[in-house]
Design a protein around this ligand. Structure first.
Ligand code: ADP
Ligand code: MG
Length: 340
């Protein structure tokens, strides 16, 4: 009898939680979107609705931003033949971040390098090494300085085409986090094809531990970084590449200075910061900039940290990330100092 009473007394507590609302739950979803595998995981009393709304938002952003889907806004921009295209708030925000990171990277980020990327086969899968004359001809249209939205619309110069591949996933991660916050989620981690973004801490109150891929051996980890409320976003030469007939590896990040895949000493750049879209744009830009310019860019900017791997195997960790990064056992790292 006593036990039964106890059970009756405990039941409402279980149903409502201590604060009078439902108990927090962890919900997770695996989705394939934007040409990559994604995982969303959120903990909160409204986690199910949060994850479901976030999944819908990802699909909507894919439909808006895809460079290949003929119904997307980006496709409309790229095929407007000199007519102005009205811009969504999302596209305006992406153009804004792209312009900022282009300026601070000396043009390393260049969303209008897309025709060159396509000539290498990266959007179709028909990989080839385009002759230099062909690259030069296409590079003539790659000039982000000419992208000038006016009154909420944009007219691209003749022949120019853009693609947000360098920063769309970071933007999408920010949009997911906004939805999570609106649903009262205080603990979440999402992985959008290697782009990791975190909200708050793990449910137990400890920091999230994010593994960084070793670009030389992508099946193993370089180490882990401990973060709360941060994006951890990597650009690497191991993510999307093909091996040419010459036996060399060609990756999907194009150096706008040459029209060829960037080979400026870095094979992987991880950027850690608060805003996903900026970190994503930066990871691509720093990869193109290469070892020395990336270090100078980091010193100049002051609002992000980074972990870079050089083609000769050095692991460079910026000062502000060093305390949070635990390299795998036996791995040597070098700390980049602010005061050179
Ligand atoms: P991932 O998609 O693997 O996370 P990135 O964030 O580095 O990698 O983005 C690479 C993508 O960015 C390419 O697939 C292409 O769409 C685009 N891109 C390639 N080179 C440049 C560049 N120099 N500037 C802007 N975008 C680029
Ligand atoms: Mg990027």
């Amino acid at each position: 009898m006593k036990r039964l009473l106890l059970a009756v007394a405990v039941l409402p507590l279980l149903l409502t939680g201590c604060g009078g609302s439902a108990a927090p739950q962890t919900k997770s979803a695996d989705i394939f979107a934007m040409d990559t595998y994604m995982n969303l995981k959120a903990t909160g009393t409204d986690a199910e609705a949060a994850v479901s709304e976030a999944s819908d938002r990802i699909s909507a952003l894919e439909t808006l931003l895809s460079v290949t889907q003929e119904t997307s806004e980006v496709y409309a921009l790229n095929h407007a033949n000199g007519a102005p295209t009205p811009l969504s708030a999302e596209t305006q925000a992406l153009l804004q971040t792209a312009a900022e990171v282009r300026a601070e990277s000396g043009g390393a980020l260049c969303i209008s390098v897309y025709p060159v990327l396509r000539a290498w086969g990266f959007t179709t899968g028909s990989y080839r090494i385009p002759p230099q004359a062909e690259r030069d001809a296409l590079l003539a249209y790659a000039d982000d300085a000419q992208i000038q939205p006016e009154n909420g619309s944009l007219t691209l110069p003749d022949q120019m085409q853009i693609d947000f591949g360098a920063l769309a996933k970071g933007y999408t991660g920010d949009a997911v986090m906004e939805i999570f916050r609106a649903h009262g989620i205080t603990s979440a981690m999402i992985n959008l094809g290697g782009n990791v973004q975190t909200l708050g801490t793990k449910p137990d109150g400890s920091a999230w531990r994010v593994g960084i891929t070793d670009p030389m051996h992508p099946e193993q980890s370089l180490g882990t970084v401990e973060v709360t409320d941060r994006a951890v976003i990597t650009s690497g030469n191991y993510e999307r590449y093909f091996i040419g007939e010459d036996g060399r590896r060609y990756c999907h990040i194009i150096d706008p200075a040459t029209g060829a895949p960037a080979e400026n000493g870095l094979i992987s750049v991880t950027v850690i910061g608060t805003e996903g879209v900026r970190c994503d744009a930066l990871s691509t830009a720093l990869f193109v900039e290469g070892t020395a310019k990336a270090a100078a860019h980091w010193r100049q900017a002051g609002d992000f940290e980074m972990i870079c791997v050089t083609e000769d195997g050095r692991v460079l960790v910026s000062e502000g990330a060093a305390a949070d990064f635990t390299p795998r056992s036996g791995l040597q790292t070098e700390v980049l100092r602010r005061e050179g």
